[in-house]
Structure formats: structure tokens, C-alpha cells
Write a new protein. Structure first.
Length: 118
């Protein structure tokens, strides 16, 4: 499985961005896909989750109500729609896939930078 993250950029506070994570390879074996982020000097933190099959989702409290994770079946792509962005959302965003039968994420995308200016 290969993951390609894209869509990051510079946006003003209150603005919106949509990140994409395109999956290729053995996508039929993907069980979940998650977004994480890592700000400078901070640990990587969980942002959002989607279960590949039933499309169930959940979010970190810090983004709930502002971020939406979704999947385009035809494109094997997961999106993270981000609205009402805040300067504290500034980070490198990573997508990660977990295969069925595993308890940890097996594959990671390369990261995409999101910068929110105040």
C-alpha cells in the first residue's frame, strides 16, 4: 500500500483547506485510515479516523465540528476537509493506513504542510 498526501498550503485563520490521501496498491486490505499531525516541537497527534469498509468516523476533540474525514470509493482517496482553521492547526499532516488484523498503522504518507496565519 502506498499513500500520497497532498493539499496542504498557507491559509489565513478562519479559512479552509482540503487534504487528500490517495491510496494505491493492495487497497482491499486497508481496514482504517487516519490523519495525524505534528507541529514543530510537539509530538505527533491523532486528528481523524475513518474505517475503510463502513465509513465510520471519529475525531480528536480539538478538531471536532471543524474537520470532516471522508472517502471517495472510486478514487481510493480519503479527504480531510478543514474549516474554521486556527493558527494552532499549523502542522505537517500525515495519513496512515492500518491493515485488517493489525493493531498499529502499517503505512504512512509523506506528510503535507498546513500553515495557518493569524
Amino acid at each position: 500500500v502506498q499513500l500520497q498526501a497532498s493539499g496542504g498550503g498557507l491559509v489565513q485563520a478562519g479559512g479552509s483547506l482540503r487534504l487528500s490521501c490517495a491510496a494505491s496498491g493492495r487497497t482491499f486490505s486497508i481496514y482504517t485510515l487516519e490523519w495525524f499531525r505534528q507541529a514543530p516541537g510537539k509530538e505527533r497527534e491523532f486528528v481523524a479516523h475513518i474505517t475503510w469498509g463502513d465509513l465510520s468516523t471519529y475525531y480528536a476533540d480539538s478538531v471536532k465540528g471543524r474537520f470532516t474525514i471522508s472517502r471517495d470509493n472510486a478514487k481510493n482517496t480519503v479527504y480531510l476537509q478543514m474549516i474554521s482553521l486556527k493558527p494552532e492547526d499549523t502542522a505537517v499532516y500525515y495519513c496512515a493506513a492500518r491493515l485488517e488484523g493489525y493493531s498499529v498503522n502499517n503505512y504512512w504518507g509523506q506528510g503535507t504542510q498546513v500553515t495557518v496565519s493569524s
